[in-house]
Write a protein that binds this ligand. Sequence first.
Ligand code: SF4
Ligand code: SF4
Length: 179
Amino acid sequence: MARFAMVIDTKKCVGCMDCVVACKTENNVPEGYNRDWINYESIGKFPELNMEIRSERCNHCENPPCVSCCPTGASHVSELGGIVLVHHDLCTGCKACLASCPYDARFINPEGYADKCTFCSHRVEKGLKPACVSVCPTYCMYFGDLDDPQSEVSKLLAKRQYKTLIPEAGTKPHVYYLI
Ligand code: SF4
Ligand code: SF4
């Protein structure tokens, strides 16, 4: 099985929000909700201050608390490269997963189920990239298999410095930020 991951180059992101718009359109995300978003963080101390711009979403964690806490088995790690998904028909909307996610990546869809980024699994299973990756005008987002040493994501992680978000939570995120 592949282990899919996203690598995002914070040095190239300009915060244009094309990824956010592409996701909303591709996935029919309801009005007032988002599956991905842009975060701005000041890094360093004056006068050596930098603004880091990050496109954020579900991290498709290797150790996902949203899956272990789900009482119905709706939240699961899929066979499609470990992408974390929700079976809508099994979800009761209890919100346990929303409370367990350190990244605030989930919301309850107005139709009553837990919703979040799927890494565009419907596209990935056809060999396409997630919508956000495919529209980024600065080419700062990459998607691929961590277990393939020849994949773009593996090569980037081998040669660049990177970080994951809230590593102390122990979730082992599969979204990596090049810094
Ligand atoms: Fe679950 Fe949150 Fe990790 Fe996504 S980011 S897999 S919702 S814990
Ligand atoms: Fe599971 Fe749905 Fe409850 Fe989340 S809201 S823990 S997916 S039953």
